[in-house]
Structure formats: C-alpha cells, structure tokens
Design a protein around this ligand. Structure first.
Ligand SMILES: C[S@@+](CC[C@H](N)C(=O)[O-])C[C@H]1O[C@@H](n2cnc3c(N)ncnc32)[C@H](O)[C@@H]1O
Length: 221
C-alpha cells in the first residue's frame, strides 16, 4: 500500500475532520490528548514534535499544554487542513516523510510522539528507521511516545469473524489492507536494544477508544 496516496485520497473525500483521519465519530479526543501529555510529562516549557500529525486535530489539543509544537505529515491534503483549521500561535505544520525527518527539521525536541500511525511503517526496517530519525531529533533525556500501536497478539480480536479473517487474507494478497502492520512488543524491544535506549511497553487504560486491540510504547533516551 502507498500510504501517501491512501491518506491524500481519504482526506480529499470528506470535509469531516474526524473521518479525514479515520477516527471514531463519537470519540472523546481529550482522552487521547491528555494521555499523550501525561505519558510525555509535557509542560509549558516543552518543545514537541508530532510525527504523522494528520490534519492537526490532536496536535492542536497538545499545543495548549506546551511551549511549541511542530506537526509533520506526508499528506499535503491533511497538512492543508491542519494549517487552515488547527493552527495555534505556538504550532506550525509541514509536509514531510517521517522516514526522512532530518531533511525537514534541523533542531531537537524535548518530546516526540507518533499517534495512531506506527502501523503504516509496515515494510521491513521502516519501524527501526522511524525510531532512528526520531532519536536523532530528540534532546538528551527526552522521551518518545508511540501511541495506539495495533497489537499482533490481538490481531484476531480485531479480525474476529471468519468474514473478517477472509478479508485480511485477500486484502493482504492484493496489497489493499488499510490497517498496516500489527506489531509485537518484542520487535520494539529489539529496536530499542539496538539503539541502546530504554523501551517501555504500556498497556492502554481501558477507557481509551482502541485499548481493546492496541498498546503504547515509551522510549527514553
Ligand atoms: C490515522 S492518521 C493519524 C493522524 C493523527 N496522528 C491522529 O492521531 O489523528 C495516520 C497519518 O499517518 C500519516 N503517515 C503515514 N505514513 C507516513 C510517513 N511515512 N510520513 C509522514 N506521515 C505519514 C498519514 O498521512 C496520516 O495522516
């Protein structure tokens, strides 16, 4: 799947900002925003990077808690919405590939997060490359929060009927599966070991909308 084409196309099909990033229409976004702020221990002096920021809906919520925030996404259509609808005085948005962050950004951040997006780094080596890029842009003692990662252990909790399993099988064969990769905790642990940083697996609080099949992961430099 070419995710840039996929997300530009999703964004061009609707003006509904929730649908543009395929979130649930009754979702309480402040739960997710507060969860990111708490895990990264963000304060009014934090300089933050939101990788794969989409249309900036979450970025704007986090911006209220920090000194400044930069949002990066490879979808031109979603960044256009972010600039129009989710701009704040302390935020800025740019189009860029998360796998080449250092091409777009030169300075370092206190904290970096990737929310609801790690599954799109589904080709061999891409998860490791993304983490390498983020570590490069992270200040010493900074933290990276990877939120809402589909859990490999729970893939059949997600694809829980014969019909859904059949869809998984055929869509994978055709390369049209829109879910991306279900990750194993161990794969993230191995990446962190390789970079000699501390990786912490986090079970999500049950009140988060995707806790039934996703987990979080915190990296400390
Ligand atoms: C489900 S949306 C999540 C948006 C936002 N983080 C949120 O939580 O609402 C996934 C986003 O990942 C972005 N994305 C996927 N692969 C990317 C890449 N290699 N570089 C930058 N953005 C990417 C897509 O363009 C899309 O905006």
């Amino acid at each position: 799947m070419n995710w840039k084409i996929f997300w530009n196309s999703v964004a061009s099909q609707t003006d509904n900002v929730i649908a543009q990033v395929q979130r649930k229409k009754d979702e309480n976004l402040s739960l997710t925003i507060n969860h990111i702020v708490r895990n990264l221990q963000l304060t009014k002096s934090s300089q933050v990077l939101d990788v794969c920021c989409g249309n900036g809906m979450i970025t704007k919520g986090v911006a209220l808690h920090v000194k400044s925030i930069v949002g990066i996404d490879q979808s031109e259509n979603l960044i256009a919405v972010a600039k129009n609808k989710f701009h704040t005085n302390n935020s800025c948005y740019s189009v860029g590939d998360a796998l080449a962050l250092s091409k777009v950004i030169q300075h370092q951040f206190d904290a970096i997060y990737v929310q609801f997006s790690f599954q799109y780094f589904d080709k061999k080596g891409q998860g490791e490359k993304l983490i390498a890029e983020m570590l490069r842009l992270l200040k010493p003692n900074g933290k990276i929060f990877i939120g809402d990662i589909p859990d490999y252990k729970k893939r059949f909790v997600f694809y829980n009927t014969l019909k859904k399993k059949f869809y998984l099988f055929t869509s994978k064969l055709k390369g049209t599966n829109p879910m991306g990769k279900f990750w194993k905790q161990q794969e993230l642990d191995t990446i962190c070991k390789h970079f000699n940083v501390k990786g912490i697996f986090l079970e999500q609080p049950k009140n988060l909308p995707n806790a039934w099949y996703r987990f979080d992961y915190l990296i400390e430099k």
